[in-house]
Ligand binder design. Structure first.
Ligand code: FES
Length: 63
């Protein structure tokens, strides 16, 4: 996965920033939104943000 890839263009949030938010304790889309702002403007990235949150939470909880 390319952690430098922009997921949310409105807020310039990358995959890596979503991973950092999850690693810092965010567990849900809403918590990642609060931490990064991703998906809080036009909403067109929401499905991608949600998918990444679920992925990073499952990866984090494997360890
Ligand atoms: S691209 Fe994420 S809110 Fe617009």
């Amino acid at each position: 996965m390319d952690l430098g890839k922009t997921v949310c263009y409105c807020m310039s949030v990358t995959s890596g920033m979503i991973k950092d938010a999850v690693d810092s304790g965010a567990n849900t889309l809403e918590e990642v939104q609060a931490a990064t702002g991703a998906g809080t403007v036009c909403g067109s990235c929401l499905e991608d943000v949600k998918r990444l949150v679920e992925y990073f939470v499952s990866e984090r909880d494997k360890q």
